[in-house]
Design a protein around this ligand. Structure first.
Ligand SMILES: [Zn+2]
Length: 394
């Protein structure tokens, strides 16, 4: 397909762009109101397609068909990611927006109450992806130097990160990377902690409970505590959680089918701050486990990621947020995202952005104010146009 996609007909344009308004809409305010209304309908339609991890296909097909209607190059790749591309014909730079289309399970009836959209994924992370898509739809035809690729990845909400891993292997390294995660419309997320998940397992012949030897479960607890002795936190452990090693015992079982055996299986999750390398941590843990004659199985090992603040990408966001009446803020997150996968490979100016309050992620009350959604579309439109202008001046 030609880069611009199939010929447009007005009947196909469901979400109206500024340049496609009928002549009767002379007033820019009317245009803006109508555009905003169509953009809101787009996010409502998108959130209405329930897409928990491994069931992303209908949402991916919805995005592909909308991207095609907007005249973009659009495809679903071999991983199942929904992709769209638009912008300059002879670009000087490429910006990649990497969002995710899967959500955690737990359907929430989709409804709008007093301008607030309730629904699974409204915040994490359909809102960010929808905002970016709407911003690009507004200005794709005005971009002279910037090519923009949007990737709606699958399987972000599980440890496989299949969509993002496929993207970093198969697609060209972009010059700028925006991760689509909620940060609120006027803030930028510049870092995520790493994740280290492993199982600790120990079996030993049954001994009397009055014997001198510790039971496997007791040894497991001692092992768990030793991790934090090696990496002590300060008094404000959880107050400055980004820079501390934190974690939880996610599961623990002492079941054994053999009556002559005592056993423990402990599932652990550690959240890594910058500066703790997963490989070094693994070596330390294996040494400790060897002392107990226990075995360790690593389930996931992702280092923390922290982005530069002095990049052209941050600069255009700051300018855009101010132009929209906001005061830019910066945050780091104690969870993980596809930034942990993509940023270390693509190594370009990176940040995460999107409307919504991330404390609502994964909650039964997930909701997004549609006014905030529209503000973030305004910010992203300015980001794309400002970046394009900077490339023209360079
Ligand atoms: Zn997310």
């Amino acid at each position: 397909m030609d880069k611009r996609g199939p010929a447009r007909s007005n009947q196909n344009i469901q979400y109206i762009r500024r340049d496609l308004f009928p002549a009767s809409y002379r007033c820019r305010d009317d245009c803006a109101a109508l555009m905003s209304q169509n953009e809101r309908q787009f996010i409502i339609d998108y959130v209405s397609i329930y897409s928990p991890t491994h069931h992303e296909r209908p949402a991916a097909e919805f995005l592909q068909s909308r991207f095609e209607q907007w005249g973009w190059k659009a495809w679903i790749d071999a991983a199942g990611n929904a992709c769209g591309e638009a912008g300059a014909d002879s670009p000087r730079a490429m910006l990649c927006f990497l969002g995710h289309i899967d959500t955690v399970p737990g359907e929430i009836p989709v409804r709008v109450e007093n301008g607030v959209l309730f629904g699974r994924g409204s915040v994490d992370a359909k809102g960010p992806l929808a905002a970016f898509a709407c911003a690009l739809a507004r200005c794709a035809d005005q971009l002279e130097h910037l090519d923009v690729r949007l990737i709606g990845a699958v399987e972000e909400e599980c440890s496989t990160s299949k969509g993002a891993r496929f993207a970093v292997e198969q697609y060209d390294r972009p010059d700028f990377l925006i991760i689509g995660e909620p940060s609120q419309w006027n803030r930028l997320t510049l870092g995520y902690k790493g994740m280290f998940r492993f199982n600790y397992e120990l079996r030993q012949p049954r001994v009397h409970s009055a014997a001198e030897e510790f039971f496997p479960a007791t040894k497991a607890v001692g092992f768990w505590n030793s991790i934090f002795e090696a990496h002590p936190g300060d008094a404000e452990h959880f107050a400055s959680a980004f820079n501390q090693l934190t974690g939880n015992i996610a599961s623990m079982s002492t079941a054994s089918e053999d009556v002559n055996e005592l056993a423990v299986s402990m599932g652990c999750e550690l959240r890594l701050p910058p500066g703790i390398d997963p490989e070094e941590l693994e070596n330390i843990l294996r040494q400790h486990a060897d002392n107990d004659a226990a075995t360790i199985t690593i389930r996931e090992a992702l280092p923390a990621v922290r982005c530069e603040r002095s990049t052209p990408l941050v600069a255009v966001f700051n300018k855009a947020i101010r132009a929209c009446g906001g005061q830019p803020g910066f945050v780091v997150k104690t969870g993980t995202s596809d930034m942990n996968i993509a940023a270390p490979v693509w190594r370009c100016p990176t940040l995460a952005y999107g409307p919504g309050d991330s404390t609502l992620d994964h909650t039964p009350d997930e909701h997004l104010a549609l006014d905030e959604f529209s503000q973030s579309v305004d910010v992203l439109e300015r980001v794309l146009l400002n970046l394009d202008a900077r490339l023209g001046n360079a």
